[in-house]
Design a binder for this molecule. Structure first.
Ligand code: SF4
Length: 341
């Protein structure tokens, strides 16, 4: 039975909060909330800027704490569509997100018979979700009043119940405030955590500008209530071109995306270059022959035949060829940029 449940984002601060409490004689459980909009559980990938550098499970093992994953995809999507406290700079509803995660952590606390939940939040570090009144708001909204410990800022916050009862020694906690990272870096160096953090909030798709543009495009053209799991899966990959109000064309950028798209061919029309190596593409929405031709021309641009007079492109559904189109690859940067979301 753990004493405390620690929300782990994979970023440095949540790992520091865990490591700081590990200095005390406490049983701790790390908790990852799988929202469906984060790369936190993705396998490490060197060339994707929003993919973690280490698997979170490896990180937990190295530091020495057990890790539990709770999946909240449906609730999270409902929240993103109508966040009570609104969006940040992109489609990131940070305060609502924190509250949803804390509520999930509160449920795990009850299930595990634990005494408190803790996070890596630092007072005043992030204007949108970590001001004092916002920290209090999220504590109250999630039903954790008095049981939500922020070890990195604890000394400048009112004592929580586990501190009052002596379960947690307040004197061994920190009193960090503001945006300076000096103290966190010092502690991370002391405990060898610098290389272990997996990019924290940076692995959240919702603060990625390109991803947000694609999400806003879907909100506008498809409507929040009509967006399905297939649309959301496609948002994470490829170059997206809007061909009409009802049709998008998504082109793979690498072999990994090529394979992901292949798995989605039973739900979508699929375009593939014939005879030459090239990208693949998915038509998402309602198409017609003119739009399919336009998509084939775009796909030709991302093939070895991009400077040729013509290229053959197969249109497939359910992995069966429906039609073979012969088109001229689209080479106009201006046209491509205009269509690119
Ligand atoms: S950055 Fe993403 S994961 Fe972090 S609080 Fe905001 S919405 Fe949630």
């Amino acid at each position: 039975m753990p004493d405390g449940i620690g929300l782990i984002s994979g970023g440095l601060d949540s790992l520091l909060a865990m490591r700081l409490l590990m200095e005390q004689d406490l049983d701790l459980l790390g908790l990852v909330i799988d929202t469906g909009f984060s790369g936190i559980l993705d396998p490490p990938s060197g060339d994707d800027p929003i993919s973690p550098r280490h698997s979170l499970f490896e990180v937990a093992q190295i530091i020495g704490f057990p890790l539990k994953v709770v999946q909240v995809h449906d609730d999270y999507w409902d929240m993103i569509k109508n966040p009570v406290y609104g969006y940040g700079k992109h489609v990131n509803p940070c305060l609502d997100c924190r509250i949803l995660m804390l509520k999930a952590a509160a449920r795990v606390m009850e299930e595990e018979n634990a005494q408190f939940v803790f996070t890596g939040e630092v007072l005043g570090q992030r204007p949108k979700s970590q001001l004092l009144h916002q920290l209090r708001q999220s504590e109250e909204d999630c039903g954790l009043k008095g049981r939500l410990l922020r070890p990195l800022s604890a000394k400048v916050l009112p004592p929580t119940l586990p501190e009052q009862s002596g379960l947690v020694d307040r004197e061994k906690l920190e009193g960090i405030t503001g945006r300076s990272r000096k103290r966190q870096i010092k502690l991370a160096e002391q405990w060898g955590l610098v290389e272990l953090s997996v990019a924290g909030g940076a692995n959240c798709y919702l603060i990625n500008e390109a991803y947000s543009d694609r999400m806003n495009d879907l909100f506008r053209y498809k409507g929040k209530e009509n967006i399905n799991k297939n649309d959301l899966a496609l948002l994470k990959i490829g170059r997206h071109f809007r061909l009409s109000e009802k049709l998008k064309f998504i082109v793979s950028r690498n072999k990994q995306e090529h394979l992901i798209m292949w798995d989605l061919t039973d739900q979508n029309f699929y375009l593939e270059c014939l005879d030459v190596p090239g990208a693949v593409g998915i038509l998402s929405g309602e198409s017609n022959p003119a739009l399919v031709k336009q998509a084939a021309e775009i796909l030709g641009r991302y093939s070895k035949a991009k400077l040729e007079e013509s290229i053959n492109i197969a249109l497939k559904k359910n992995r069966e060829v429906i039609e073979i189109l012969t088109v001229r690859p689209q080479t106009s940067r201006q046209i491509l940029d205009k269509l690119l979301i």
